[in-house]
Each structure stands twice: as C-alpha cells, then as structure tokens.
Design a protein around this ligand. Sequence first.
Ligand SMILES: [Ca+2]
Length: 399
Amino acid sequence: MPIRALTAAPPLAFLLIQPAASQGFTWGERNTDFQPAFAEQFRANLEESDVDLNVETVVGGLVHPWGIAVLPDGGGYLVTERSGQLRHVTADGNLSAPIGGVPAVLAQNQGGLLDVAVGPEFADDRRIYLTYAKPVDGGSVTAAARATLSDDLAQLTEVEDIFVQGPPSPTPMHYGSRIVFLDDGTVAITTGEHSSRRERVFAQDLDKTYGKVMRLNPDGTVPDGNPSFDAADAVPGIWSYGHRNVQGAAVDADGTLWTIEHGPAGGDELNRPEAGLNYGWPVISYGENYNGDEVGSGRAAMEGMEQPVYFWDPVIAPGGMQFHSGTQFGDWNGDLLIGSLYPGGVVRLSLEEGVVVEEERLLRDQGRIRDVEVLDDGSFLMLTDFDNGAILQVTEASD
Ligand SMILES: [Ca+2]
C-alpha cells in the first residue's frame, strides 16, 4: 500500500465528520460497494481506549510461529512454528529445543504445523491437540491430532489423528485452522477450502470437509447434538459449512463459538456458526476475488445462506482471536482481540447482544500478528509472523 501512504491527508471537511479514529487509523478505500445487510455489520464506531500498552518480547527467534497455548499452573506456553516445530517456552522466555514426536507436516506455501491447544484435563492426562497440513497421497489436507506430552516437556507420545480432512488437495493453500474446546468437552475444528477455483466449491459439499466447522469428541468420534443433514453422504461431525479459510475461533463467556475467516478482497467475516447452517462461500460473499472479478453469484446475500455478524472491506487478514477477560485492560472484558496479518496489529471488537458496537485498531506498528492468547491477569500474548518471529506480551502500563 505504498501509494496510499503517499497520498495527501483528506480535506478538512472529511475529517470533521469522521468518528474518533483509533490511533490515527481511518477506514481505507473499499473494494466493492455492497450495502451491509444491517447497520452493525460494517464499520462500527472507531474507538481509542484511554490506556497505555506496554509491549515486551517474551522470546524471539521463532520461524513463523503460528499457534500458542498456555499450560496450566504457570507451566509456560506451547508454540508452533509453521515449518514443523512445536516448542515449549517458560513464562520468562526460555525456549526449548523442538519437542519430539510431532506429526510430519507439509511445510509448503500456507501449509505446516498450525494450531496448538491444551486439553481441559491436561493436569491429569497431559493431552494436547494440534492442527497441521498433513501430507497424503494426492497432496495434503488439514488434520487434527491429539498427543500426550511427556512430564519433561520434550516428547509427544500416543500421537493420533482425530480428524483428517477429505478429499486430498493438490493446492497447499487455505488450511484454516483452529482447534478449540467447547464448554461441553467437545472440540471445534475449523478448516479451509484450499483456495483454487476447482476446490473452493467443495465448501458447499457436505460429503467433503473443505470450508467447514467440525464438532467432534476429543478422541475424534462424533458427539450427540450435531446437526443432521438431508444429504445421505454428509460427513459425520460437520457443524456448519460454506466457510472460506477459518483461521480464528474462540468461545465467549456464555459458551458460544465464534469464528473468523479470511475472505476475498473486501470480505473478511466474523461469524457465530450455528448448527447445520450454510455461511455462503463461495456462492455469496462481500468483496471480490483478488483478481478483481466477482465471487460466485456476484451477490452478498441469498435465501438459505447466513450473513456474517461483521465484515471488513478492506480486509484485516485475520489470524487467531480470543475473548478478553481479566483485570488488566478491564474495560475490554468480553471484547474480541483479533490478530491482523495485514495491515497488522490487533483488532479489538466490542460486542453487545451479538452485534459489533465498537472497533479499535491497536498495536498497528507490530506488523503481522498470527495469534493472540489472553492470560489470566488480562494481559495478552501475540505471535508475530515473520522469519524471525516472536512471542510478545502486552501489559497495561501503569502511571
Ligand atoms: Ca460467509
């Protein structure tokens, strides 16, 4: 965006009608002129928190870190590097050698070792969960595995896939993915649709697991309470469908699952996926393909397909996200903190009764943020997605 950066400031009259811009942020030029389906769906009031952010490096030298999870009882963090390493980091920044036993990954293009989650019974069973690009005959797929982490944090054992996407894709793009635990002990696993024109339509097919939110038991079996579909060949475990590339998922204080997906140019979406529903891709979408032609039907709304809670044009290129809680940044409790790969930093959304009422752009000088993890005290961790990436901790600066 160097050209935009060099353009002159907007005329004064334009400035006067703008809501308060967060840290100098103003909305960029749109890709398309689709009208939002409802007022709160697009460009909420821009806010600027009256708080100072203190950013410290926990550890650097990570190669494209992708996912991070917090171990209980002050046990530090697990962090993935996309090229295939899982490492342990102590809370004071001591980085381990790669943990043994990680599944082989296809570390190509957007593929590699992706998300990591700590099981809810970790203190007893030491189970952790990973998502990754799994090499298979015919290409690769998104997979989720569970494993047992040794007491010395050096080795995974009992590694088994609990989900393997199908069919195999020749395109190492759009793998999603996140794995998050729901309040009932099941897991939600998000996928992508491998991007290509031939494959993206599989997001609409219930006999394939491209572009889906899956809901499974932690051992990969299918729990009670999933939706049933008319299609006789529907893959068991599908929760919702018609997604593009779901790289963020989080559960709110009420136990409701939210997801965020990379859309086309001008079509990143926040969704609250409900059982059995179709979220539209690639039939309907805001925005347009990155080559400038229209997506699918050329429409942003259609009967039988769900509207996003919120969308961005221009996009934020979302990574992972989490709901805030804790005493630091206490005014943000219940807000979503979303990592942005482009233009970068953290996007904060304030929600009321299921709609977005406020947006803030934080930490924009930090560049590509792949994942965000809120700690018990309300401070939060960010992963910077660079060749020389880092775990950063953001605390509320005291006066
Ligand atoms: Ca959608």
